[in-house]
Design a protein around this ligand. Structure first.
Ligand SMILES: Nc1ncnc2c1ncn2[C@@H]1O[C@H](COP(=O)(O)OP(=O)(O)OP(=O)(O)O)[C@@H](O)[C@H]1O
Length: 223
């Protein structure tokens, strides 16, 4: 990323003069509420364009899949909702859809109305859609927000599978224990700027910026 600026209503919400984000390791994007993490994912996905600056991908052509945490479902079964990925890629077969329903543990709910699924079940369905799209980059916005510990475990396993199957992964989270379990690389965003980035271990044991120290302290107290 070079000289990237994203504005909203005249206000700068992301300002990234220069950053290289390595995606060979699972990357967690963390930071306070309103820091710009979701905007950062949308920018990488191409869902929003920067007001100025440029983003280049070493792994191109980029095929990314962005999973936001309030994805609406149509009033149809879970199976029909997941099968909607075929609208964009008709080569996705029904056998693959059933296999993914099984992988995400939702086979038993395939005929249930998707809009009545629980938050965790809906999240798994969204991850299932992403699996079927076979992206080379998966972008997950707070993938386990409001999920119970067991469902969180299951979703974390799905995230590891993405990586094992060759997709790069960037996720946002406020759960620092989860970040330490899953991620190998951290991008810390505060007030629209990448204040710090690097391997997980040194970030947690020896954060370099006051902003990161403050954030880690506050989150650890909140845990
Ligand atoms: N579509 C939009 N219109 C106006 N302002 C926006 C829009 N999207 C984001 N913002 C603003 O940009 C800033 C960054 O928002 P963003 O959602 O990226 O933060 P975040 O780090 O993901 O926060 P959280 O942890 O609360 O999800 C916030 O101040 C937000 O109000």
């Amino acid at each position: 990323m070079n000289d990237v600026i994203v504005k909203s209503d005249g206000r700068t919400i992301l300002n990234i003069p220069h950053a290289v984000i390595p995606t060979d390791r699972i990357c967690a994007c963390i930071g306070p509420n309103g820091a710009g993490k979701t905007t950062f994912l949308k920018l990488i996905d191409g869902l929003i364009k920067p007001d100025s600056g440029s983003i280049t991908y070493s792994n191109s052509p980029i095929k990314s899949s962005l999973v936001l945490h309030h994805t609406p479902m149509i009033k149809a079964s879970a199976r029909i909702n997941i099968a909607m990925v075929r609208d964009a890629d008709s080569s996705i077969g029904l056998v693959a859809i059933e296999a993914v329903m099984k992988q995400i543990g939702l086979s038993h709910l395939a005929n249930s109305p998707a809009h009545k699924l629980s938050a965790g079940e809906r999240q798994k369905l969204c991850l299932g859609r992403a699996i079927l799209q076979k992206p080379n980059l998966v972008l997950l916005d707070e993938p386990t927000a409001n999920l119970d510990p067991n469902t969180t475990d299951q979703v974390e396993e799905i995230i590891r599978q993405f990586k094992l199957q060759g997709s790069d992964v960037i996720f946002t989270s406020h759960q620092l224990a989860q970040v330490q379990r899953l991620a190998e690389y951290i991008v810390f965003i505060d007030q629209g700027e990448i204040k710090e980035k690097g391997p997980v271990g040194p970030f947690f044991s020896n954060p370099q910026t006051q902003a990161a120290k403050r954030y880690l302290h506050q989150e650890l107290v909140a845990d």
